[in-house]
Design a protein. Structure first.
Ligand code: EPU
Length: 332
């Protein structure tokens, strides 16, 4: 395992922010991970684990050791339960699971990133969240080098949140998934249903592979390609408002919403578009023309520039609508 010094992280984060890591290494086994941890302890360095860098915003140089996770592999426990090592690509796993008659993940097709990152933000799309399929998460406590297995309940999953956002000392080594034996089609998410209604497919007889293809097409239409317009997907979370705050918002603007557990989920993209940001911004960073929740860069910027841009959107939305947007990816 090679440890590099003053490493440019531009090519390992999907916003292509140009900053340096004091040290960097890529690991392929748990043993190499433990070696990297030893190195960080000897030098008294903070550590940061990354997967594909598709949900992370480097706001400045990282004065520690960045460890890129390339731990690959899978163990099929039985027909429903499969353990996937954390460095595996998420979409490839979804594809593999369908080809092996393990159903349910098709709504989560084409989400960028690794399997290990999926529980951290509790990735979700088209009416499904990964937490619905997670049995347990295996990890190493970097402070003690001991293994800890988190049950689903201990993961404390919420909308784009989990226990791992606060317990940063845990490095996820593998995720154990429980999928369905029989197809269980769910296209109740409005834009997905509309997509199939306007397609030639027979909506009553869809197969999981049709949903997988449909979700993939829809994502390609509405989200910018992160290899061309660099981005981390949604830059902001949707708003979850209490009734009073929701009523106040609707006095200012009529918004689409979904009601759940006496709370109101409002698409932040709607407000950002209504405020006039869609397709607008500065030379190096802007709000996507395709989707108002996505910030794109041209790969020629530092972390400070993107933070200032995001802050100007947050301030403007607050001035106009009196609600506070929250950033979705991890800020470093
Ligand atoms: N909208 C606009 N303008 C836009 C985009 C969206 O007005 O430019 C409004 C529309 O009313 C639309 C509604 O927002 O009906 C919802 O849009 P969409 O279905 O695209 O979903 P979203 O709420 O904006 C969430 C996830 C996405 C996920 C989609 C589909 C979050 C933060 N984002 O976006 O996840 O793909 O649902 O399920 O919850 C990601 O996390 O990186 C991500 C892309």
């Amino acid at each position: 395992m090679k440890i590099e010094e003053n490493y440019s992280i531009k090519d390992i984060n999907s916003l292509r922010i140009n900053q340096l890591a004091k040290y960097f290494c890529s690991i392929e086994t748990v043993e190499q991970f433990l070696e990297a941890i030893e190195f960080s302890k000897l030098k008294n360095l903070p550590i940061l684990f990354i997967g594909e860098g598709s949900n992370i915003v480097f706001t400045k140089d990282y004065d520690g050791l960045v460890i890129k996770n390339n731990i690959l592999g899978k163990i099929e426990h039985d027909e429903r339960i499969v353990e996937i090592f954390s460095g595996e690509n998420w979409h490839k796993f979804v594809d593999w699971s369908l080809s092996n008659e393990r159903y349910g993940l098709e709504n989560l097709a084409l989400i960028p990133g690794t399997v290990g990152a999926s529980p951290i933000q509790n990735i979700g799309a088209y009416g499904k969240e990964v937490s619905a399929f997670i049995k347990e998460v295996k990890s190493i406590n970097t402070l003690t080098a001991e293994e800890r297995i988190f049950s689903k309940e201990e993961c404390n999953f919420g909308y784009r949140s989990s226990v791992f956002q606060n317990k940063k000392e845990y490095f996820i080594t593998s995720v154990v998934f429980e999928t369905h034996l029989e197809p269980c089609i769910d296209i109740s998410y409005v834009s997905l249903e509309e997509f199939f209604r306007s397609s030639p497919k027979d909506i009553e007889n869809l197969k999981p592979k049709d949903v997988f293809d449909g979700v993939s097409s829809l994502r390609k239409i509405i989200l910018p390609d992160h290899n061309i317009e660099f981005n981390v997907g949604s830059f902001f979370k949707n708003l979850i408002l209490e009734e009073g705050d929701f009523r106040n918002l609707t006095k200012i603007i009529n918004v689409p919403y979904y009601e759940a557990n006496s709370k109101y989920k409002v698409p932040s993209g709607y407000l950002i578009e209504a405020a006039g940001w869609k397709g607008n911004g500065m030379k190096n960073v802007k709000v996507s023309e395709q989707h108002a929740l996505v910030i794109t860069t041209n790969g020629n910027l530092d972390g400070n520039e993107i933070v200032r841009f995001a802050d100007s959107i947050i301030d403007d939305i607050y001035d106009k609508f009196k609600v506070k947007l929250e950033i979705e990816p991890t800020l470093i």
